[in-house]
Write a protein that binds this ligand. Structure first.
Ligand code: NDP
Length: 283
């Protein structure tokens, strides 16, 4: 079987082009506040990607960069100021935060209506009870990529490897909402390969390079690789042993160039949704 590569870069570029048109119809240019603490090279790189993409489509991004020695209290106070600033539509805290800052505690201080990453408990709670809210970006990106390969998911077996609040748990819920039969696997799962080999849709979000090998994949499955890790040779790797599963998976996302660019596009989709909602509530 020929494995088709899901081109996340292209799908994301098409989506950004559509979002750019929508932004031109909004009553104001969306304003995204990004908080970056410290100078972790990966975090700086991710923020730069976001700023570049935002400028291209007409979102105003203000990056607030802080020294890594800042305290939880100072950061919380700053977030409260952004919450009160009527011009700021969305707030994004670039994760991970350096220790001893507590990411989970900090995120809960963001106004849920400005929570661009959809990670506030209010938004996660809404997702789990089926109420409209702001959805987390990476799970939304995974779902969009899955649907680009397989638009109707009803009744399919989906396996999500990973159960973080950032990716695995919300993605499992999104797939359940698409009427998939969902299995959530994690580091304590026994016989992982037997479970993943039943999956029509297989998503891996563990950060364990090359965890998913050929025998883990069902013939023809849609395989979405969220993981990003750095190999000893300095190259980036996903969770899936890409070369090894070619010819068995039906569709696969590459790393890089798969989930990453779509995750960024979803940030902009979320901020547009926030600005549109504000405009509706004013009229
Ligand atoms: P976490 O470390 O929070 O969670 C990892 C999950 O993987 C945990 O649930 C863990 O299980 C599970 N796990 C770890 N090892 C194994 C194993 N050997 N077998 C089965 N399950 C395992 O990571 P995140 O969810 O935040 O991120 C996951 C990966 O996705 C990372 O590589 C991250 O860099 C990447 N990522 C990529 C994004 C993108 O835009 N492309 C965005 C966000 C994340 P347990 O719960 O039992 O510990």
């Amino acid at each position: 079987m020929d494995t088709q590569i899901i081109d996340g870069k292209k799908i994301a570029a098409d989506m950004r082009a559509q979002l750019k048109k929508i932004i031109q119809t909004l009553p104001k240019k969306p304003h995204l506040a990004v908080i970056l603490v410290g100078d972790n090279p990966a975090s700086v790189l991710y923020v730069n990607h976001k700023v570049k993409a935002a400028e291209e489509i007409g979102v105003f991004v203000e990056v607030h960069q802080f020294s890594p020695v800042m305290t939880n209290d100072t950061l919380v106070e700053f977030i409260h100021d952004l919450n009160k600033d009527a011009d700021v539509d969305g707030i994004l805290v670039q994760l991970p935060l350096p220790t001893p800052l507590k990411s989970d505690l900090i995120i809960q201080e963001i106004d849920p209506q400005k929570d661009i990453d959809g990670l506030h408990y209010v938004n996660l709670g809404k997702l789990f009870v089926g109420q409209p809210g702001i959805l987390p970006c990476t799970p939304q990106a995974c779902l969009a990529l899955i649907k680009s390969a397989c638009p109707d998911l009803e009744g399919l077996n989906a396996v999500v490897v990973g159960r973080s609040n950032l990716v695995g748990r919300p993605l499992a819920q999104l797939l359940l909402d698409e009427n998939c039969t969902v299995t959530q696997a994690h580091s304590k799962t026994k016989n992982l390969a037997q479970i993943t080999a039943q999956a029509d849709i297989l998503v891996s979000a563990t950060g364990q390079a090359h965890l998913i090998k050929r025998e883990y994949v069902k013939e023809g499955a849609v395989v979405i690789d969220v993981g990003i890790s750095r190999l000893e040779n300095g190259k980036l790797s996903g969770d899936v042993d890409f070369q090894n599963v070619l010819g068995k998976a039906g569709f696969i996302t590459p790393v890089p160039g798969g989930v990453g660019p779509m995750t960024i596009a979803m940030i902009f989709q979320n901020i547009i949704q926030i600005v549109q909602k504000k405009a509706c509530s004013k009229s």
